[in-house]
Write a protein that binds this ligand. Sequence first.
Ligand code: GAR
Length: 197
Amino acid sequence: MKKRVAILISGGGSNMAALIDSMDPDHPARPVLVVSNVPEAKGLLRAAERGVPAAVVDHRRFGRDRAAFETALADVLAEAGTDIICMAGFMRILGAGFVRRWQGRILNIHPSLLPKYRGLDTHARAIAARDTEAGCTVHEVTPDLDAGPILGQARVPVLPGDTPEALAARVLEMEHSLYPAVLRRFATGDTRPILWS
Ligand code: GAR
């Protein structure tokens, strides 16, 4: 039976689109739901264009009550019979309770060569550090931010004169190849990392 994949987004959803487009008939998984915490997220339109059901769980409705937001999110995911959650530009930190419930079944893509540059502003930090390489990492989500087991990593050069935006675009293009490759393997139960140089 194919694994049922839900994709969490907050914005443009280009990784989401790459994941959905990769799930062809031979794929061990299929997309069952896209969830955005931002009602205006452009990715919602891209999900609709691809015929994938989409839901909004707006974190602002819950004020500071993160547990209530996460319960609402978990309910929507459970309702869809989710086996695997792919965070794809989902800009909320999920708490330990949520993560434990789905542990080993949540993936995230992060725009740096983890363990370097957890958190935000990864490209500016790589340029400021005069790194010659940057990249992206797909990892299992654990209660520690951007610190779960690495499932895939791909590198791109940092070029002379790079701006954070130029580097981000180069990395994002690589994300669109790496994340689908990792999901295809992960959905078969294979957690050996994919390491592209
Ligand atoms: C991607 O670069 C992703 O790696 C990053 O946000 C972008 C989302 O783009 N995620 C994070 O920074 C998570 N900490 P997308 O919405 O077009 O996929």
